[in-house]
Design a protein. Structure first.
Length: 97
């Protein structure tokens, strides 16, 4: 689990990022989870946008994505979800203690 201090640090890092995935009316599927897991391995920190035509609640989408990709949910703000997962090979972000 991430501490409050670590979440604040990751939120500040994510502020300048653009969303690289969009969840639309198709909702969350296995293919999307696989792609998000691969992106997290490469980048560690990503944003996902939830479109207005998505039938699911954005908090449910965030939980499903985090659980499926085995990632940490940093925040849900507006229609944007921020996910973090420490990379095994491309470790770039050093979390504060």
């Amino acid at each position: 689990m991430l501490t409050t201090k670590q979440k604040a640090f990751l939120r500040s890092k994510a502020h300048h990022l653009d969303p690289i995935f969009q969840v639309g009316k198709g909702g969350v599927n296995e293919n999307m989870i696989t792609q998000i897991a691969e992106a997290l391995e490469a980048r560690e920190l990503i944003k996902v946008s939830v479109l207005q035509n998505c039938g699911e609640d954005k908090h449910e989408v965030a939980e499903n994505l985090a659980k499926g990709a085995r990632a940490q949910l940093v925040q849900v703000i507006g229609s944007i979800i921020v996910l973090y997962k420490q990379s095994k090979e491309n470790k770039k972000i050093e979390l504060p203690r």
